[in-house]
Design a protein around this ligand. Structure first.
Ligand code: HEM
Length: 467
């Protein structure tokens, strides 16, 4: 039964709740349909757990920005919490350990210049590998999925460990397999059954693979960290892991900082920083190939601003309003993390006049903001004009929140924005990307998962002459 003055929602079945109202393979259309029936704040039972789905800028802001701390928790009794041992940062509940770890990462990223190499340089180093792959494929059509995935993974590995990996390296091969399997199980029926029926949790059922996979990844990381310890000089950090080990020595009595925590933290950051960025890049090139006039206009602006310079730097974005508009439009249309990460109320609170008890799961329907009518000039089409004013200047409407907002907002926003800008600008300057003649009409409907990804496609590459 729904509590008193709780948001409305469809009738729920005992034990199963509203599971049958949602297609597990892709619940996004169902969430949109329920919004039309019940409004911008409605409730669902996810198995036995009470959840509220929030839609539209007004509701989203009241919850995660205005009443920030009331809504800054994370669910703690779901399958994925048991899998990740309640460590790391993404799924950790609102509290001291989360706050301290978040602050530590933000500070480390901000001061990045570790081992005398800036974040920008690390990204440019990795771009050279993308260029090498593209150079080998001039005049041909290649599948860019692995290339972009590998690039995003390597950039975060450069930040974390100061290392990059070839795609057939054991570390990357095993990590990618483990992450993919965990995401599939977490999004599938076994995780739902695990959440609904506690008595099955100790049985030898398929969800156990997720627990085994986390152990495998942890062991790989422990080896890597031990390797780094051998060459580490305390106080002279080369990368994130060194910084954490320094911090650990400064906090001998702080139980929330530990090597075990570092391992899960590194896993969290690697996971959060890979598919998100690579799927956004894939969406970008899919749209740019099929909107050649937009691609050409980007190239004209890039040529003009970078004339005489050997490479782009992140500061150049201030002179590239059109490119900025295109990247933001790509992020808007990509809707890369469609349900954000579930939040949870940290105390009894209110939202739009409804009463929400402590512990209510909060699900952000990101599409309801990124395509909200009244917030965008062209809510349902790919059009950079959504981010340009009448003077052609770049403007960012408040409904642009692919990184969410408030205290739990994406911790990697700065890094992700730098990657998207430097990669897209550098590649568009050097290459022309063409939708292959034999590829038929593009299918823009994405594949559903924790992140949305474009359907696999091929891209034809030509060298540009006008540089
Ligand atoms: C285009 C790329 C990206 C998008 C669209 C994106 C989006 C998001 C979203 C929507 C959330 C949930 C925020 C919330 O719960 O309210 C999130 C959280 C997070 N993201 Fe990202 N992200 C991206 C890239 C990255 C990168 C590169 C990193 C790695 C450094 C990263 C690290 C994190 C972390 C650690 C959290 C959890 C923050 C917390 O719970 O306090 N993300 N991201």
């Amino acid at each position: 039964k729904r509590p008193k003055n709780f948001p409305p929602g469809p009738p729920a079945l005992p034990i199963l709740g509203n599971i049958l109202h949602l297609r597990i393979q892709n619940p996004l259309e169902d969430l949109e349909r329920l919004r039309k029936s019940y409004g911008n704040v409605y409730s669902l039972f996810i198995g036995p757990n009470l959840a509220v789905v929030i839609n539209g800028v007004k509701v989203m802001k009241e919850a995660i920005v205005t009443k920030a701390t009331d809504f800054a928790g994370r669910p703690q009794d779901l399958f994925i919490n048991d899998v990740t041992h309640r460590k790391g940062v993404i799924l950790v509940d609102y509290g001291t350990s989360w706050r301290e770890h978040r602050r530590f990462a933000l500070m480390t990223f901000r001061n990045f210049g570790l081992g005398k190499k800036s974040m920008e340089e690390r990204i440019h180093d990795e771009i050279q590998y993308i260029i090498k792959t593209l150079d080998k494929n001039i005049g041909k059509a290649l599948s860019p999925q692995v290339m972009f995935h590998n690039a995003a993974s390597n950039i975060i590995c450069q930040v974390l460990f100061g290392t990059r990996f070839e795609y057939d390296d054991d570390f990357i091969r095993v990590t990618v397999r483990c992450f993919t399997e965990i995401s599939k199980i977490t999004n599938g029926p076994w995780a739902m059954l695990y959440d609904s029926f506690s008595f099955i949790r100790n049985l030898p059922l398929p969800f156990n693979k997720a627990f085994r996979n986390v152990e495998t990844m942890k062991n790989l990381l422990i080896c890597l960290v031990n390797e780094h310890k051998k060459s580490r000089v305390p106080g002279e950090p080369r990368h994130f892991v060194d910084c954490y080990l320094d911090e650990l020595e400064k906090r001998p009595d702080d139980p929330s900082f530990s090597e075990d925590q570092l391992i899960m933290y590194a896993l969290d950051l690697h996971f959060a920083g890979t598919d998100t960025t690579s799927n956004t890049l894939l969406t970008g090139f899919l749209y740019l190939m099929n909107h050649p006039h937009i691609q050409e206009r980007c190239q004209q602006e890039i040529d003009k601003v970078l004339e005489g310079k050997d490479r782009a730097c992140f500061e150049d974005r201030h002179n590239m309003p059109y490119m900025q508009a295109v990247i933001h439009e790509v992020q808007r249309i990509a809707n890369t993390v469609p349900l954000s990460v579930f939040h949870r109320t940290t105390k009894d609170t209110e939202l739009m006049g409804y009463s929400l008890p402590k512990g209510t799961i909060i699900i952000q329907n990101m599409n309801s903001v990124l395509e909200e009518e009244g917030q965008w000039k062209y809510p349902h089409e790919f059009n950079p004009e959504n981010f340009l004013n009448d003077q052609g200047e770049f403007v960012k409407p408040e409904a642009f929140m692919p990184f969410s907002a408030g205290p739990r907002m994406c911790l990697g926003e700065g890094l992700a924005r730098m990657e998207l800008f430097l990669i897209m600008v550098t590649l568009l300057r050097k290459f022309k990307f063409i939708w292959p003649e034999d590829a038929g009409e593009p299918d823009y409907t994405p594949l559903y998962g924790i992140t949305l990804s474009p359907r696999p496609y091929r891209m034809k590459v030509q060298l540009r002459l006008s540089q």
